[in-house]
Design a protein around this ligand. Structure first.
Ligand SMILES: C[S@@+](CC[C@H](N)C(=O)[O-])C[C@H]1O[C@@H](n2cnc3c(N)ncnc32)[C@H](O)[C@@H]1O
Ligand code: SF4
Length: 428
């Protein structure tokens, strides 16, 4: 078993009860695995594909377009949302909405009208409550006024995820970010005023030439200003990016595995000192400010993927067979499909039961909460311990990488640091 080499970037996924109490009760029961499948909460992911510029490291489905047709995009999003809710039987009012997540691209570049249209559609076809988590991603360069943030809060956004990446000028320049450290700081402080306790920020570590000391200094500064949630990613070289070209041509060298491991360990220690819980490989929260949306993804909650390139994981309303859905990626093609067919969904694949088991294992081993035994049985019809390689499970428990209780199998902090390798070992 090797030590951690990389922090894998967050897998971004993406609900309506009749009342807030119904949502709280059904979510709690659901997490214990005792809710009937036709009453399970679900989530909604909305993809806004536009950015003002391209960051050197990013291979998300994003486009720089100076002439975005906002009205057409908004209409297409609402059209697809309505058709998909009906197609998957999610407009029947029996399944509460757990979370709505506006991701991108850069959703903070969209007009406030886009958020309002989507949320109005959801509340007319399902039922939004004050407890449904409604998050959006934002960039510092497009959220320059506190009034703009308040307008988003007044429309219904109740959690804000700000992409800061770094507070160092030279790193921001190298990443191709279109904001300065001071703009980022102002955006964060404004967002904390508007959504106290509900602001998350993204930071990236492991830049070319970054030392352990540089990273610790950046983290210490961050700990003084951070709200209650932090996503920390290791810079990953993705194909098709400018960073990939630079690394391939030898113009740039990223920190090696040992330095990355040291940075990761320093991160866990420093965040713990100020009360953060390391609840997933890349995610830290205090005061229980976990992301409901992402947590739902990790425990197998259905989510509807809306927008160009969005993907989803949804159950057939009658057979309960799970499907993975994939949307047309380019915005023009996706809008055309929505206009002509009512949806930009281009592929719908049945998820084999064995794939569901593997996904629950891989995502569960990345979380401190691990895998709920009842939940695993409910979703797959097989006991988790029956599914896993028994010798490997016993070995990992003896080695202090896994913990088994009557309710769950979870990685220890050491186990989570090697989550991907742990999953591979545990597979039958
Ligand atoms: C799709 S971005 C959306 C957020 C927003 N557009 C922004 O850039 O601030 C989500 C997050 O993924 C992370 N990310 C994207 N590509 C990455 C990479 N190659 N390596 C590490 N983190 C990455 C960044 O931290 C980014 O904030
Ligand atoms: S990191 Fe965010 S702002 Fe930068 S290109 Fe990717 S989606 Fe756009």
């Amino acid at each position: 078993m090797t030590r951690l080499r990389t922090l894998t970037p967050l897998l971004r996924p993406a609900s309506f009860p009749t009342s807030a109490k119904a949502l709280a009760t059904s979510t709690a029961l659901f997490n214990k695995g005792v809710v009937a499948p036709d009453k399970e909460p679900f989530s909604v992911y909305i993809h806004w594909p536009y950015c003002s510029s391209k960051c050197t490291y990013c291979n998300f489905n994003k486009y720089v377009d100076p002439n975005v047709d906002n009205e057409r995009m908004e209409r297409a999003l609402v059209t697809e949302l309505k058709s998909e809710l009906v197609h998957w039987g999610l407009d029947q009012g029996n399944r509460p909405i757990r979370s709505v997540y506006f991701g991108g691209g850069t959703p903070s570049l969209a007009r406030p009208r886009m958020f309002k249209l989507v949320l109005d559609t959801l509340s007319s076809m399902c039922a939004l409550t004050k407890d449904t988590e409604i998050s959006m991603e934002g960039n510092p360069s497009s959220t320059t006024s506190i009034e703009a943030l308040k307008a988003l809060r007044d429309i219904g956004i109740n959690r804000y995820s700000l992409g800061i990446q770094s507070f160092q000028e030279h790193i921001l320049t190298e990443l191709g970010r279109d904001h300065t450290p001071s703009t980022a700081l102002k955006s964060l402080l404004d967002a904390r005023t508007v959504w106290p306790g509900k602001v998350s920020m993204d930071l990236i570590m492991g830049h070319a030439g970054q030392t352990l000391d540089d990273w610790i200094k950046e983290l210490r500064f961050t700990m003084d200003i951070v709200d209650d949630h932090l996503s920390l990613y290791q810079l990953t070289v993705e194909p098709g990016t400018a960073l990939h070209t630079d690394v391939k041509q030898g113009k740039m060298t990223l920190p090696d595995g040992d330095l990355s491991t040291d940075m990761y360990e320093a991160t866990i220690q420093l965040t713990r000192e100020v009360g953060f819980e390391h609840y997933e490989v890349s995610n830290f929260a205090r005061n229980k400010a976990y992301s409901m949306h992402n947590s739902g993804h990790w425990i197998g909650i259905d989510y509807l993927g809306i927008g160009p390139g969005a993907h989803g994981r949804v159950s057939h309303p009658h057979t309960r067979q799970k499907f993975r859905t994939f949307n047309v990626r380019d915005p023009a093609g996706w809008m055309r499909e929505c206009e002509e067919q009512g949806t930009g969904r281009r592929k719908t694949d049945a998820i084999e039961l064995e794939d569901s088991k593997r996904e629950l294992l891989v995502l569960g081993m990345r979380t401190r909460r691990g895998i709920d035994l009842d939940r695993f049985y409910q979703l797959t019809g097989q006991g988790l311990l029956e599914f896993l390689n028994k010798d490997a499970t016993a070995w990992c428990i003896d080695a202090g990488l896994l913990q088994l209780s009557a309710a769950s199998l979870s990685p220890t902090e050491r186990g989570m640091a090697v989550a991907d390798e742990l999953s591979v070992r545990l597979l039958p």
